[in-house]
Design a protein around this ligand. Structure first.
Ligand code: TRP
Length: 325
């Protein structure tokens, strides 16, 4: 059995791109009984950018509610909030003392962020060591991440090797499990769906709002109703085929190609599919938002499990370093 671990940023209410592109594939991996999986909400990392207590805690609640609503099973996955296991900040400090400043200076993520953010704090700079700590604390074998996190994983492996070379086998050296973004989820403007482009679709919102967004924000060309239309170049069809069954997708494709079927028809089918196929998740998400204490209790239980593992690793390392704990 391998231990797989990953962290998710607490950036607030996940949109359709996050759900289809990241949350659902990660849940499939986590629910696989061959994996002992750990999944946490990286709310300590969020402090590098979010200094509003209400936003910070609400973002965490929304992210947790979304994962639970989409089928994450807390009995199969150790699901916790990073800040509930402050042991990771202690380990991060130790790791900082083993990692060369000059290497940390080369982190792309720091360079990218410091180019665009106003608040360039030291937390942003040492972010990779907190991330290394998240991973090494739990003896993770595999870490599923996107391409943008590869350098952080290299740094994790590097700092773990530096410690092991000095003291023997303290840490498990984790392997990356690259999550190829197999499907691009287009936003309402046809470009990759992302918060910063303001082209997202919130699947958890009121169905009336979903209808409004689809009708207003997806631009279609002015091909007349009778004329054949190209499904592949249409955002309506691209979104539809991501969520509808293959029979339904084929039918829409044929209808568009045949002509006599307008964008209004296609949009209506898309709205119905978005509304109906995500109805159970929408209901659960809203249930959790209205019952935050249930989410809380899931996260607290997860943190208890996580803490046991964390403390075993940490004790091993504390003693090695010469601390008498
Ligand atoms: N930095 C990651 C991101 O931006 C989130 C993260 C924090 C993470 N700690 C982690 C991912 C540990 C994997 C393992 O997406």
């Amino acid at each position: 059995m391998s231990r797989i671990l990953t962290g998710v940023q607490s950036t607030g209410r996940p949109h359709m791109g996050n759900i289809l592109g990241a949350i659902i594939p990660a849940i499939e991996l986590a629910n696989n009984p061959e994996n002992d999986s750990f999944l946490f909400i990286a709310d300590l990392h969020s402090l590098t950018q979010i200094k509003n207590p209400k936003t910070l805690s609400e973002n965490t609640l929304q992210v947790a509610a979304a994962w639970l609503a989409c089928g994450l099973d807390p009995n199969k996955t150790t699901f916790y909030r990073q800040s509930d296991v402050p042991e990771c900040t202690e380990l991060a400090w130790y790791l900082n003392c083993f990692f060369p400043y000059q290497r940390l200076k080369l982190a792309h993520s720091f360079k990218d962020k410091s180019d665009r953010l106003e608040d360039i704090n030291s937390g942003l700079f040492t972010y990779p060591m907190l991330m290394a700590s998240d991973i090494l604390l739990y003896d993770a074998n595999y870490v599923p991440v996107g391409k943008d996190q590869l350098q952080h994983l290299e740094m994790t492996r590097d700092v773990a090797s530096r410690v092991n070379n000095k003291y023997g086998e303290i840490f498990v050296i984790p392997e990356v499990k690259l999550q190829e973004n197999t499907q691009l989820i287009p936003g309402t403007d046809g470009e990759k769906m992302s918060k910063s482009r303001e082209n997202t679709i919130d699947l958890f919102q009121d169905p009336k709002q979903i209808k409004k967004i689809i009708n207003k924000n997806i631009i279609t060309d002015d091909t007349p109703l009778e004329a054949p239309k190209d499904p592949q170049s249409s955002t309506v069809y691209q979104l539809f085929q991501l969520i509808a069954s293959s029979e339904k997708s084929l039918k829409m494709k044929e209808n568009l190609k045949a002509g006599g079927y307008g964008w209004g028809h296609a949009k209506k089918e898309l709205v119905d599919e978005l509304v109906n196929s995500f109805a159970p998740q929408r209901e659960k998400f809203n249930y959790y938002l209205n019952n935050p204490s249930e989410v809380e209790s899931v996260l607290i239980k997860g943190a208890e499990k996580a803490k046991k593992v964390a403390n075993t690793t940490l004790n091993r390392f504390r003693k090695t370093l010469g601390y008498n704990i």
